[in-house]
Design a protein around this ligand. Structure first.
Ligand code: FES
Ligand code: FES
Length: 161
């Protein structure tokens, strides 16, 4: 089948069997290796992308669901000021992020901050339920997201919230 969708802000078209996973389309057809493959069962969060504004496991999305959608991967998002806000917030709080989980954690932060610019602790913990990482304690995760939120707020409004 032919699938047209928006990928990192560009209109794209790809030919694929209907049951092929989005993660494989991104990696194999578009060479976007920042979307990682790990469990392939929706359990780890390594393959997270922003799909129509929501953070989702791309290993759970079949090709037939992609048509007409908007997909943002880490490669596209890393070109933005919003990416810099998040990376700075993670860095200031020394949030652990390894090669497997880093991109998913960043995209989860973006999906959350777009929806809730000043997230509370429970908003943050809920937003990271799909990312399996035993290396990070919840307090550090909350601090990292609140730091990123503050940095973004200051960049946009020129003052603290
Ligand atoms: S590879 Fe998709 S959630 Fe683990
Ligand atoms: S830092 Fe990557 S899985 Fe924990």
């Amino acid at each position: 089948m032919t699938i047209d969708f928006i990928l990192n802000g560009e209109d794209v078209v790809v030919r694929s069997d209907a049951e092929v996973r989005l993660v494989d389309i991104l990696r194999d057809s578009f060479a976007l290796q920042g979307t990682k493959e790990s469990c392939l069962t929706g359990c780890c969060g390594a393959c997270m992308v922003i799909f129509n504004g929501l953070i989702v496991q791309s290993c759970l999305i079949p090709a037939f669901s992609i048509r007409g959608s908007e997909v943002i991967t880490i490669e596209g998002f890393s070109q933005t000021d919003e990416y810099q806000d998040i990376v700075e917030g993670f860095s200031r709080t020394a949030l652990d992020n390894c090669a497997v989980c880093r991109n998913g954690k960043i995209l989860a932060a973006e999906a959350l901050l777009e929806r809730i610019p000043r997230p509370e602790r429970q908003d943050i913990l809920n937003a990271y339920r799909g990312i399996r990482c035993r290396c990070t304690d919840p307090d550090t995760l909350v601090a990292a997201l609140q730091a990123a939120a503050e940095i973004r707020w200051r960049r946009i409004y020129g003052r603290s919230a």
